[in-house]
Design a protein around this ligand. Structure first.
Ligand code: URA
Length: 177
């Protein structure tokens, strides 16, 4: 299940792996976590058809177990290619498996919602919507983090424009975070 969204999406959301519903429908985030993800996007003034949604692992791990390291490794070239082709300005990691690619060894409770610049992109680690669904205390936190996405996107686009015109990163822009 490769994921879905416009080829020119500015934001790419990367979850863990398809679940039962996603596997059946061939679409990402269509179950309960997906409904909540749509709510989160709405809180940022966005709809799911404006963003590209995919996963670290492209097939459903049996019994909904965690993806194994060799499964993540086997799918990595597909995710890399998707990022190359879509070339998003902002990548939102949903949960620990996609977070680990850019923030190895980090804890989501410490870094959630804080963008990190990697090349020309901003990578934003977020809680997984399924985790926030099951822990009421996280709901407000993830809603607040998603609410900052428009500002983060505007910042990423400004950084890219400035680099395109001058060839140098506008350091003062990053001070906003
Ligand atoms: N959870 C994920 O991480 N990805 C999906 O596509 C659905 C649920």
């Amino acid at each position: 299940m490769p994921g879905e969204g416009p080829a020119d999406a500015r934001i790419m959301l990367i979850g863990e792996a398809p679940g039962w519903n996603e596997d059946k429908q061939g679409r990402p985030f269509v179950g309960a976590a997906g409904k909540f993800l749509e709510e989160l996007l709405a809180s940022a003034g966005m709809t799911r058809d404006q963003v590209f949604i995919t996963n670290v692992v492209k097939s459903r791990p049996p019994g909904n177990r965690d993806p194994l390291p060799d499964e993540i490794a086997a799918c990595a070239p597909f995710l890399e290619r998707q990022m190359e082709v879509i070339d998003p300005d902002v990548v939102v990691t949903l949960g620990r498996f996609s977070m680990a690619r850019w923030f190895p060894g980090e804890r989501i409770s410490r870094i959630h919602g804080q963008p990190k610049r990697v090349g020309r992109r901003l990578i934003v680690p977020m809680y997984h919507p399924a985790a926030a669904l099951h822990q009421q205390a996280l709901r407000a936190t993830i809603l607040e983090d998603f609410g900052r996405l428009p500002k983060i996107l505007a910042e990423a686009e400004a950084v890219k424009r400035a680099e395109d015109s001058s060839g140098a990163p506008p350091v003062q822009q990053m001070g906003l975070f």
